[in-house]
Each structure stands twice: as structure tokens, then as C-alpha cells.
Design a protein around this ligand. Sequence first.
Ligand SMILES: [Zn+2]
Ligand SMILES: [Zn+2]
Length: 411
Amino acid sequence: MTIHQAAPVKDDVASTLLAYRDEFVALRRKLHSEPEMGFREVKTSALVAELLETWGYDVTHGVGKTGVVGTLRNGDSHASIGIRADMDALPIVEATGLAYASTTSGTMHACGHDGHTTILLAAARYLAETRKFSGTFRAIFQPSEEGGAGARAMINDGLFDRFPVDGIFGLHNWPGVPTGQFGFRSGPTMASVDLVIIRVIGKGGHGAKPAQTVDPVVAAASLVLALQTVVSRNVDPLETAVVTVGTINGGIAANVIPDSVELKLTVRTFNEAVREQIKARIIALAEAQAGSYGARVEISYPRGYSTLVNHEQETAFARQVASRHFGERRVETDFRAITASEDFAFMLQERPGSYLFIGNGDSADLHSPRYDFNDNILVDAARFWVHLVQDYLADRNGKNPTLSAEGSDAP
Ligand SMILES: [Zn+2]
Ligand SMILES: [Zn+2]
């Protein structure tokens, strides 16, 4: 892939998308008021599919349960690109007081996936109505990003075999970053997350007769301290990792030694080798610590999301698209690494691509009951997808995207 350098030129993408704006703001607010949780995005995915069909897409429903893929072909090129948006909401009681707040109590779009879905729909409409590209554009709407690994569900359902793409891209709005500012980062960008459940099993009894018991409370307490050495003593100091013991539960009365104590941990890393190293150390420490007190452990270590690793070339290309069409001042090249997790990581393990960020301005944080997606970024984010699709396909077709694209209205 070539990275083209050029001065910004003028285009009509922004004016067309601006003309759609009110319609898409209304759509975003409708999605916000009718949130659906992971793998239950029935109304949402039906609405997405219906709109894509209206605009002339080939639409496949039910990819990874409630996922939707819309395909738009134009010209004779074999080049292809996929853009992914997530559709699911969170189990949160909304406290925004907005006119379009959730009408489903206990379910809320508190991560802006209503916005991500709307952004991709707006871009999809523009691309279908203008058809200024040669190749295949796939709009991928995934279910259950919030813990349900909907990206993996789509991949396991044959996403990239049935709907091949040369590259895959996604974005997340980011509170605290100026409205519409683009952020790019190459390499490890978001953390892996693993949940660890350790049950320390002793032998309960009377609190006054500890010698007749195997006390799991003491063994668990010792284990909590030992776990603090995993990051400080085992992991390379130049790597980033987190081991947090978030819960410790056991016992019901001061004068009773319980049979067992349960610990729950969250583990975050930016490197799969470190992730494996930490897993091995936690298991070894738990067994040895418990064993030294005559107790034993049962460990459940379900794998969560992998580290999200952005591909260097695709990230550089996407960054170039942003600076070409929005100007260098709107682009942050070395965006921070984030200890939150994101299942787009699984898509980036299958195809080259990049996950980028767009500032949501001064809003409440993601997953806050007071969060709301910033509608003022809809047009620019959709415009970025349009330019990325046009420029990426032009580049795959051996054309200089700065010449084939309509250009830019960047400052
Ligand atoms: Zn989220
Ligand atoms: Zn999210």
C-alpha cells in the first residue's frame, strides 16, 4: 500500500452529508431511545437491514446471530473494504433526562454504539447514492460488543469467508477528546481482558478451633499479596499489565471458619506473550500459596477479548486519509493506548486494518448513566468513512487517491 502525500482539495461529500444530517440525527436518537442488549438487537438490525436494502445493498441477516452485512459493488475492480459498526447497548439505567432517553428501563446506549451504527449508515447511503468508487464496499453491523464477543460470533459464522475484504476498519467515539478530533495509533492499542475466578478450598469449622480446620481465609489473604508480585516482579518493566483482585468473598460469621473463599480478578495486557506469562504465574502462585497452607484451588480462567493490535500500514493509510481531508490539525497520530478492551481485536486478527478514535467532546464518560453520543460528530465521522472507502479502493486499484477522490474541504 502506498502512502500518498498531497495538499487538500475541494469536494462535495461534506455538503451532501450535511444535507442528510437532520435525518441521521433523528435516526441516532431513535436508536438511542430503543436500545437492545447483546445478541438481542432484533429491531435495530431489522432497521439497519431495511435501510441498506432501500439504498440498493445486498443484505445478509443473521450473521453471528443478529449481525447484518450489506454489500455494495461498483465498477469492475476486485478490491474490497469492510467497515464495522457495533449495535448493542448496556445494562445501565439511563440518567441523562434527555427527551430521547431509553424507553427500556435498565438498558442504555451508554457507549455510543447508536452513534457508530448511524455514522456507518450515513456513509453507506452516500456511497450507494454517489457510487464514486470501483470495488466492493461491505458495511458490517455487529452484535454484542459489550462482553458477548459478537465480532467473534460473526467470524465463526464465516464473516470473512462469505464476505471477503482486503482490509477492515472500525471506530469508537472518545469522551474527553475534542469534538471531531481523529486519533490513530499503530500496534497494540487496547488491552486484552481476562477474568480469573479462584476458589480457595480449605476445611471449615469452629472459629475457636482453627487447628482442626484448613483456613481458606488465611490462604486467600496470602494469595492476594502474592498476586501483587506478578506485575512488579515477573512482567518486563517496559510492558504494561494490570492484575486486580476485584472481589474476595468467603465466610458468614466471625466465629466460623468457612470451607472456601472466592477471588475474582481482572487481568489486562497489551501483549499476548505477557498475557500467557501472567496466566501461568497466577495459576502457579494460586496452587503454591494454597498448597503451603494445606488448602487447594479451583481456577476458572475464561479468555476474554484479545489485545487490539492495529496494523501499521492500514493505520498510516487511514491517518493520511484524515489529514488529507480534514487537515493535519484534526489528526492525532500517537493516540494513547487504552486499558479498556474491544472485540474488534478479533477482526484485526483475521484481516489487516485499523481501529481509530474520534473525539466525543466534553461528554460524560463511556458507560456512565449520564453519557450521550455527540451528534455533532456524525457528519465528519461519516465523511471520514466515505473518504476512506474511496481512497482505499482507489489505492488498491493502483490509482492515487488524491486524484481519484473528489478531494477535501479541509482548512
Ligand atoms: Zn462499551
Ligand atoms: Zn463501545
